[in-house]
Design a protein around this ligand. Structure first.
Ligand SMILES: C[S@@+](CC[C@H](N)C(=O)[O-])C[C@H]1O[C@@H](n2cnc3c(N)ncnc32)[C@H](O)[C@@H]1O
Length: 234
């Protein structure tokens, strides 16, 4: 009896790993969120499925409810797959699920996935580092939990490239925060539905990106690596 925490990659079903496919093939149960691409579920031919993501008109299951489902299924089934978009440990709450399972004495195995934070930009030729331009990158949430007692995100990053996930709802606030520390003309690239057929790429600067039509799910990439991407597209 084991629960695999599996990353499904950023969206394009060809960007899932061979290891993830092999684990899905032997799964008895797959517990999944809203995935960029449901085609991935077809590998789990012999499995039952539990959807724990958002349904139209209803709420997300709370994390403690999901943990409980994982524990119950982990006790009953031989091979349970907990499938998540990107990588489970990059803003995927994989750590919380792992700890909840281990506390109950349930074995957990890990299959990493290509995170959208890196896979979406690099799949279109947008490097996250570039010799002479960017020697570091930061991946940050653009939507820090407002109920937290103390804010953890400070926007005075040292990294050359900043990659913001869940950043559409608070784009204006986030850009304003970054402009306290960076030139307002710093280039910005937004990738909507990265690696998917309906992908959209929008470029601008810290001071004008909010004037554009941007819809989630999207990544916001800030830094001069965006100039390299633009050069490649010339
Ligand atoms: C809860 S986080 C999950 C991240 C995921 N674990 C990963 O590693 O990619 C969801 C956010 O990831 C980003 N995201 C995920 N898939 C994306 C895609 N295909 N294109 C653009 N952004 C994506 C968006 O910022 C979205 O709001």
């Amino acid at each position: 009896m084991v629960v695999y925490l599996v990353g499904a990659g950023p969206g394009d079903p060809e960007l899932i790993t061979l290891k993830a496919i092999n684990v899905l093939k032997k799964a008895d149960m797959v517990i999944y969120d809203r995935l960029a691409n449901d085609e991935i579920l077809k590998y789990a031919k012999d499995a039952e499925f539990i959807y724990v993501g958002k349904k139209a008109g209803s709420h997300y299951k709370r994390q403690d409810e999901i943990n409980q489902i994982l524990i119950e299924e982990g006790r009953k089934k031989d091979v349970v797959v907990r499938l998540k978009g990107g990588d489970p440990f990059v803003f995927g709450r994989g750590g919380e699920e792992m700890l909840a399972l281990l506390e109950e004495g349930i074995d957990v195995e890990f299959v990493p996935g290509l995170t959208s934070a890196i896979g979406a930009p690099t799949s279109v030729g947008l490097p996250v580092t570039h010799r002479g331009i960017a020697t570091s990158f930061t991946i940050v949430t653009g939507h820090e939990d407002p109920t937290k007692a103390k804010k953890q995100v400070k926007w005075n990053f040292n990294a050359d490239t900043i990659i913001i996930l869940m950043g559409v709802g608070r784009l204006e606030e986030n850009m304003r925060e970054l402009m306290k520390y960076k030139d307002p003309k710093t280039p910005v690239c937004v990738i909507e539905n990265g690696t998917m057929p309906d992908q959209r790429i929008i470029t601008g600067t810290l001071e004008n990106i909010t004037e554009k039509d941007i819809r989630p799910p999207a990544l916001v990439i800030v830094g001069h690596v965006v100039d390299i991407f633009k050069k490649a597209k010339l």
